[in-house]
Design a protein around this ligand. Structure first.
Ligand SMILES: [Zn+2]
Length: 239
């Protein structure tokens, strides 16, 4: 079953990549997937991972990359702030999502039931709601630092050259920040959570709509974050 699920996810990811990257080929040195569209006017492209200077030729419709040179004098950041800081949002966000999911399930419980085990969970809801908000603010806040350090690395280390991977990462980062800000605003507004009980107000139509928008925003951001991490990983480890 997991194998089937993996196939479905891989197929969806491949389709998305084809649409975003256009025709691709592998770097002959480090095997990183590169987009042909990133080549400059002379048909040259520098691999962001290994620094191979590639000439892109089309032979009978196939892309043939030829290694012309290796770029050895590329500025390497001494303190690698981006790959370090990226672990803060990636590490914290899933717990914010988990907190929200638990709060949603607890809010679904019928009110006033005498079950002691369940009452314990409901009593902890205000603390869990506050902890979820703190995690959310920290992960989205640190992602701004991650975005800024990654952008700087692109300008300095990759000399601002166009790479589809980096364009995708910039787009995803902007989405993560915007959707994260919406989720924080919804959480803090009091529309989703009742002030006293810390439970989602699923009974009222406005509360239900706000809760679904909140959970939808968190779910969307989890997918965006996974994409950011995956693409970032290819730029660190190659393929
Ligand atoms: Zn390479």
């Amino acid at each position: 079953m997991f194998e089937d699920l993996r196939k479905v996810v891989t197929r969806a990811a491949d389709r998305f990549k084809r649409r975003f990257y256009g025709s691709t080929f592998r770097c002959p040195v480090c095997h990183l997937v590169l987009a042909a569209i990133d080549a400059d006017g002379n048909g040259l492209l520098v691999c962001p991972v290994c620094g191979a200077v590639l000439e892109i030729e089309q032979v009978y419709g196939h892309i043939v990359p030829v290694v012309l040179d290796m770029e050895i004098f590329r500025p390497q950041p001494k303190a690698r702030l981006h790959p370090v800081s990226t672990h803060l949002p990636i590490g914290l966000f899933p717990f914010a999502l988990l907190g929200a999911a638990v709060l949603f399930l607890v809010s679904l419980l019928p009110a006033g039931e005498g079950d002691l085990a369940l009452t314990g969970y409901v009593g902890g809801a205000p603390v869990l709601a506050d902890a979820t908000l703190v995690l959310l603010v920290l992960s989205v806040g640190f992602s701004a630092l991650t975005f800024a350090s990654g952008y700087r690395d692109w300008r300095v280390r990759y000399r601002g050259r166009p790479y589809r991977q980096i364009t995708l990462k910039i787009v995803c980062s902007a989405i993560f920040l915007a959707v994260g800000a919406i989720a924080i605003a919804l959480h803090a507004s009091g529309l989703v959570f009742a002030t006293g009980s810390g439970l989602m107000q699923l009974g009222s139509p406005l509360g239900l709509a706000a809760a679904l928008a909140y959970l939808g925003a968190l779910g969307t951001n989890m997918i965006v974050l996974a994409t950011l991490g995956h693409v970032g990983g290819t730029l660190v480890f190659g393929r």
